[in-house]
Ligand binder design. Structure first.
Ligand code: FAD
Length: 466
C-alpha cells in the first residue's frame, strides 16, 4: 500500500504540529510541498513551471486530524470533536452524502449520543417514537405483544431515515468540513510523525491522526491487518413504504417469524413505514442493479404472508429498496488486531484508529451497528480531544483506552447479534416450533433482551455541555 513520497512532504511534517481549532476554516489545507526559488529560471519557462508547481501544491495538503468516511461514525466523530474544540477534515468518497440505506432503528443508546451531540430533538421531531413490539407467525397469528412502557420503561426506539440522520449530523459541521469525491486509494506511514493518504484523483493528504470510519469494507482496517468481514449466511431486503396522505399503522415494531425467513415493519414517520425481510442464502448473491427486480424478489419471498406487509412493500418506490448481506467480524482477544496503530518504531506522533463498521461490523439482528458507531464517536472524541493538548504519547495512550473500553462493549454485542441471527434464521422444524410455540409466547422477556441499549459514559455529559 505504500505510496511514493514527496521529499517536501517529509520536510513539512515538522510543521504539522499545530492543532487547528474548530473556529478556523476547514479543509483549507496548507500545501505539503515547500516552495522553492524561481530566480534562476528563464522568463518564458518560469511562469509555466510556477503554474505546474501551484497545481502540485493543490494536490498535496496536510492536516492534523483526518476522518476517512462521511457516514454515521465519521460525521458523529467530527461533530463530537468539534464540540470539544478540535477540527477534523472528513474525506468522503461519494460526490455527496451517501443517502441510501433506507432506515435504521435507533435505540436508547443511540439517542443518548444524539442528545449529547445536540441533534436528537431535530430528529425526534421527524420520526415517531415506537411504543412496543408485536410478534407474529408468518400467517399473522399473534404470538406475543409487549409495551415498552411495561417491559422496558424509558426505551426510546425510532426508525430513522439514514439520509436524514447523516444530513442532520453534517448540517452541524462548519461548511467545507467534508471533502466529497475524496476516495481513499492508499494509506502509508510517512516516517513516525505522519500518515500519507492518497486519493483516487491523485491528491495527497498528510495527516497526524487518521480516524478510519470508512465502513464495512474499510481499506484502513485492511491496512491495519483486519480480516475481511464474514458473511453470516443471510441477507435482507429493506425499504421505505410511502404514504403521502398519511399512514395508519400503530407505532409498534411488527415482527413476523417464519422458517428461515422473517420480516417486519416499523412506522417511521407520519408518511413512511420502514420494512425488512431477512432470508437465508448460501452466498451474498449477485448485485442487482434493476430496482424493480429487487422489489419482485422481495415480494416473492413473502407472497403468502399477511397482506399488510405486502401492502407496505407495494407502496414502496422501486428506488427505495435495498438488498444487503449480513456480515460481521468477531474481535477475538489475542487474534484480532488492535484498532489503534502507531508507526512501528514507536515514539512518533502519528496514529491511525478505526471506528464503527470499519472496526466491528456486526449483523443487524440487534439493531446496534449504527448505535455502536455513535457510541464509538463520542468515546473516541472524548479520549482524543484532551490528549491532543498533551504530550506526544498522550494520543496513543488515550486511543488505547478507547480501544479497551469499546472492545468490551462491541465484541460481546457482535457475538450476540450473530448468535441471535443464527437462531432466528434456523430452518430446522424443531427449532422453529420451539421458537414460535414456547420461546416467544412463554419465555421471552423484553427488559433483559434490551439491556444492551443502556449506555453510560461521563463523556456524554462533557460533550453535551459544550
Ligand atoms: C440490513 C441492515 C440493517 C441495519 N439496521 C440497523 C439498525 O436497525 N440499527 C442500527 O443501529 N444499525 C443497523 N445497521 C448497521 C448500520 O447500518 C451500520 O452499523 C452503520 O451504518 C455503520 O456506520 P459507519 O459510519 O461505520 O459506516 P457507513 O455508514 O457505511 O459509512 C461509511 C462511509 O465511508 C465512506 N467510504 C468508504 N470507503 C471509503 C474510501 N475508500 N474513501 C472515502 N470514503 C469511504 C462511505 O461512502 C460511507 O459514507 C444495519 C445494517 C444492515 C446491513
Amino acid at each position: 500500500m505504500a505510496s511514493s513520497i514527496s521529499s517536501s512532504a517529509l520536510r513539512l511534517l515538522g510543521r504539522a504540529g499545530r492543532l487547528r481549532r474548530s473556529g478556523e476554516p476547514y479543509f483549507a489545507l496548507s500545501p505539503i510541498s515547500a516552495s522553492s526559488s524561481s530566480s534562476s529560471l528563464s522568463t518564458t519557462t518560469a511562469p509555466l513551471m510556477e503554474k505546474e508547481k501551484e497545481k502540485e501544491k493543490e494536490k498535496e495538503k496536510e492536516e492534523e486530524v483526518v476522518i476517512v468516511g462521511g457516514g454515521i461514525a465519521g460525521l458523529a466523530t467530527a461533530l463530537a470533536l468539534r464540540r470539544l474544540g478540535i477540527a477534523a477534515a472528513v474525506l468522503e468518497q461519494g460526490a455527496s452524502l451517501r443517502s441510501g440505506g433506507t432506515s435504521l432503528t435507533l435505540s436508547t443508546n443511540g439517542w443518548r449520543v444524539l442528545d449529547a451531540l445536540g441533534v436528537a430533538d431535530e430528529l425526534r421531531a421527524k420520526f415517531l417514537r415506537i411504543q412496543g413490539l408485536v410478534m407474529r407467525s408468518e400467517d399473522g397469528k399473534e404470538l406475543r405483544s409487549f409495551r415498552f412502557e411495561d417491559e422496558a420503561p424509558g426505551q426510546e426506539l425510532r426508525a430513522v431515515e439514514r439520509r436524514v440522520l447523516v444530513e442532520t449530523l453534517a448540517g452541524r459541521l462548519p461548511p467545507n468540513t467534508i471533502s466529497f469525491s475524496s476516495r481513499l486509494r492508499s494509506i502509508a506511514w510517512q516516517g513516525k510523525d505522519g500518515i500519507l493518504l492518497e486519493l483516487d484523483d491523485g491528491r495527497r493528504v498528510l495527516a497526524k491522526i487518521v480516524i478510519g470510519c470508512d465502513g464495512v469494507n474499510s481499506p484502513i482496517a485492511k491496512w491495519m491487518g483486519f480480516s475481511e468481514p464474514k458473511y453470516a449466511g443471510h441477507s435482507a431486503f429493506r425499504g421505505l413504504g410511502q404514504y403521502p396522505e398519511g399512514q395508519q399503522y400503530e407505532s409498534k415494531v411488527n415482527y413476523f417469524y417464519g422458517r428461515g425467513l422473517r420480516a417486519g415493519f416499523v412506522p417511521a414517520s407520519p408518511t413512511k413505514v420502514y420494512w425488512f425481510i431477512c432470508f437465508n442464502s448460501q452466498s451474498r448473491g449477485p448485485w442487482i442493479a434493476d430496482p424493480s427486480a429487487l422489489k419482485k424478489e422481495a415480494l416473492d419471498l413473502v407472497q403468502t404472508w399477511p397482506q399488510e406487509l405486502l401492502d407496505i412493500i407495494h407502496n414502496t418506490p422501486d428506488d427505495a429498496i435495498v438488498k444487503n448481506p449480513f456480515v460481521d467480524r468477531w474481535l477475538w482477544p489475542g487474534l484480532s488486531p488492535s484498532p489503534v496503530a502507531a508507526a512501528s518504531n514507536g515514539g512518533g506522533s502519528a496514529v491511525a484508529v478505526v471506528a464503527g463498521d470499519a472496526w466491528h461490523p456486526m449483523t443487524p439482528n440487534l439493531g446496534q451497528g449504527a448505535c455502536c458507531a455513535l457510541e464509538d464517536a463520542v468515546v473516541l472524541a472524548g479520549k482524543l480531544a484532551p490528549a491532543l493538548a498533551g504530550s506526544r504519547g498522550a494520543v496513543a495512550a488515550a486511543l488505547g483506552e478507547y480501544a479497551r473500553e469499546r472492545w468490551a462493549r462491541v465484541f460481546p454485542l457482535t457475538a450476540r447479534a450473530g448468535l441471535v441471527g443464527s437462531l432466528l434464521q434456523w430452518e430446522n422444524p424443531i427449532v422453529y416450533a420451539f421458537r414460535n410455540k414456547v420461546m416467544i409466547p412463554r419465555l421471552a422477556r423484553l427488559g433483559p433482551l434490551l439491556k444492551h441499549t443502556n449506555f453510560e459514559s461521563e463523556v456524554l455529559e462533557t460533550i453535551a455541555s459544550k
